[in-house]
Ligand binder design. Structure first.
Ligand SMILES: Nc1ncnc2c1ncn2[C@@H]1O[C@H](COP(=O)(O)OP(=O)(O)O)[C@@H](O)[C@H]1O
Ligand SMILES: [Mg+2]
Length: 274
């Protein structure tokens, strides 16, 4: 079997704040085409992990590689070029309040290394991706005029507008009601499957992970469809549970449910009764 391409690799990464290891010896490899679900309670280190993967936080120890290139120790300029291949939705969407929705979504097209798009081209791409998230009517609006769920959808569009190989979503459903949260998850899955991106999603909701693992976008029907949970399907999505900066579980959905780790068990049970 060919070895799958490594997209992101952490090797014994430590990030310390005020004497506390908020990432404590974190090691994992994300391969091309994989979906990775990072679960954990508030404060577990999920956002720090994502920012470290993007080179926004420098680890105190260990190595981080993106697309097989070690980024630890790279200069900002070099990092910029690599980061251009990554899309990201930050927690709370992090839209620019003073920019229109169109300008927000276009931002990565004009501000990423090596990106040379014309105004017309950018507008066409922005319109097309906003249509994908059913927000084509909001081009000239400002973030403050949209609901929380709509702002998340803008964030999803912005994360994907450059057609990145790898996309991170930090807590895309946090603070949303369950119906809006499911709609957001459907759009994340649609982007993943239309573009075949390697996708990392951070969440405190197990059901978000279950959706990533068991649903696919069908381009013929234009709908998200539940798949039969075969062993092969199970392998496509890997879960990681974090607790106090450590990875306490890494494996498939089936393995997650079979885990005997007490914290993982508690997390799974809590999510089921929520
Ligand atoms: N810039 C910072 N300075 C000090 N502590 C931080 C900083 N960023 C995060 N932390 C701490 O690191 C831990 C993990 O934070 P975070 O990754 O944001 O958690 P979450 O899993 O909720 O995303 C928390 O205890 C948080 O208080
Ligand atoms: Mg967070």
């Amino acid at each position: 079997m060919p070895v799958p391409e490594s997209i992101l690799r952490f090797e014994q990464v430590v990030v310390t704040y005020d004497g506390v290891d908020v990432l404590d010896n974190v090691t994992f490899t994300l391969t091309a085409g994989e979906t990775r679900v990072i679960l954990g309670a508030a404060g577990a280190g999920k956002t720090v992990l994502m920012k470290t993967a993007l080179g926004l936080i420098h680890p105190d120890q260990g190595k981080v590689s993106l697309f097989n290139q070690e980024i630890t120790g790279l200069r900002e300029q070099e990092l910029f070029a690599i980061r251009a291949q990554v899309g990201m939705l930050f927690q709370e969407s992090a839209l620019f309040d003073s920019m229109t929705i169109a300008e927000n979504v276009a931002y990565p097209l004009f501000n990423q290394a090596g990106s040379q798009v014309s105004r017309e081209d950018a507008l066409a791409r922005v319109e097309s991706i906003l249509k994908d998230v059913e927000l084509e009517h909001t081009l000239d609006k400002f973030p403050s005029e949209l609901s929380g769920g709509m702002r998340r959808r803008v964030g999803i569009a912005r994360a994907n507008v450059t057609n990145p190989k790898l996309v991170f979503y930090d807590s895309p459903t946090a603070g949303l009601d369950p119906i809006t949260a499911n709609n957001i998850m459907s759009l994340v899955i649609k982007q993943r499957d239309q573009r075949n991106t390697t996708t990392v999603i951070v969440s405190h909701r197990l059901q978000d992970g279950a959706m990533m693992a068991n649903y696919r976008f069908n381009s013929k029907t234009g709908k998200i469809e539940r798949q039969v949970h075969t062993a092969e399907l199970d392998q496509r999505t890997k879960f990681m549970v974090m607790q106090k900066g450590r990875i306490v579980f890494e494996g498939t959905e089936d393995e997650l449910h079979a885990s005997r780790d007490p914290y993982v068990g508690k997390f799974v049970l809590q999510a089921k009764s929520a």
